[in-house]
Write a protein of this length. Structure first.
Length: 277
């Protein structure tokens, strides 16, 4: 069986969909093809069931020729199911001309089944896309599978030593925790824990490389939703700054702290959330 996934949107949205897509593939024994922005190719290749990435930027001003090319890509393989996270007249026209018998979406005239409204944290809410297929979802149990080569490269980039590794990633956006506190926090912890190693995660790496670096950490402190999801799917202890409670699953090793404006958050608050209070 082959399943087509139409996946527009941000890196955060791609990550939120991964547990549902993995559950679908596992339950149906299906191969997956994902149409998404080329920027997210490396992320989707982390799912073993994904056999092909179809590069398509849903956010760009696509021409009729672009949509025709996408239609050609989805009509060639023998897809039995489409999970459509896109909307709009063009995508519905394209799907209506495909030969895919089961097309699940939240809305749209090309859908043959409607994704139901579901409760829970952000990834769990997408169980509504699986319900029409008779499938269930435990998004909190999902884990990213990382190739050994990526993990080895990530370890080579770590600071020397054998102490615990703290990974930091601010968003550097308005309302984030002040930069001077991000800089001071490791120094404060190191005074109590001299062997501490610290790494600041940048945006220059691919998403798959970032996932491997996160998987090597002992604890992640971040105000970035993408990094928070990657840490969640790698099973790494996490302190997430500024995220709503329903953006991540309930787990003993996941702590939420602060709201949209983190500037009033003290160093003592963060230290306590990390277990140094």
């Amino acid at each position: 069986m082959r399943v087509l996934v139409l996946s527009p949107g941000t890196a955060q949205q791609q990550l939120e969909r991964m547990p549902a897509i993995a559950a679908c593939a596992n339950a149906l024994g299906a191969s997956i093809q994902v149409a998404c922005s080329p920027a997210y190719r490396s992320l989707w290749t982390l799912l073993p069931s994904v056999e092909k990435i179809i590069p398509f930027d849903f956010s760009a001003a696509q021409t009729m020729a672009d949509w025709a090319n996408l239609l050609g890509s989805v009509r060639e393989p023998d897809f039995q199911v489409c999970l459509n996270f896109a909307d709009g007249r063009q995508v519905n026209l394209m799907l209506s001309m495909s030969h895919i018998p089961t097309r699940v979406a939240e809305a749209g005239f090309a859908s043959t089944a409607t994704a139901s409204q579901a409760e829970g944290w952000s990834a769990q809410r997408l169980s509504g896309f699986l319900a029409p297929l008779g499938l269930s979802l435990d998004a909190a149990a999902f884990r990213i599978s990382l190739p050994a080569a990526l993990m080895s490269q990530a370890r080579e980039r770590q600071p020397q030593g054998d102490g615990p590794l703290l990974m930091l990633q601010p968003t550097a956006m308005a309302g984030d925790w002040p930069s001077e506190r991000w800089k001071q926090l490791p120094l404060t912890i190191k005074a109590k824990l001299p062997g501490l190693r610290t790494i600041h995660l940048g945006d220059e790496s691919s998403l798959s490389e970032r996932a491997a670096q996160i998987a090597c950490a002992d604890v992640v402190l971040t105000s970035c939703p993408v990094t928070s999801l990657l840490a969640t799917f790698c099973g790494v202890p996490l302190v997430a700054l500024g995220l709503a409670d329903d953006q991540l699953p309930e787990r003993d090793v996941i702590r939420h702290l602060g709201n949209d404006d983190l500037r009033s958050l003290s160093e003592a608050d963060v230290l306590e959330a990390m277990g140094f209070g």
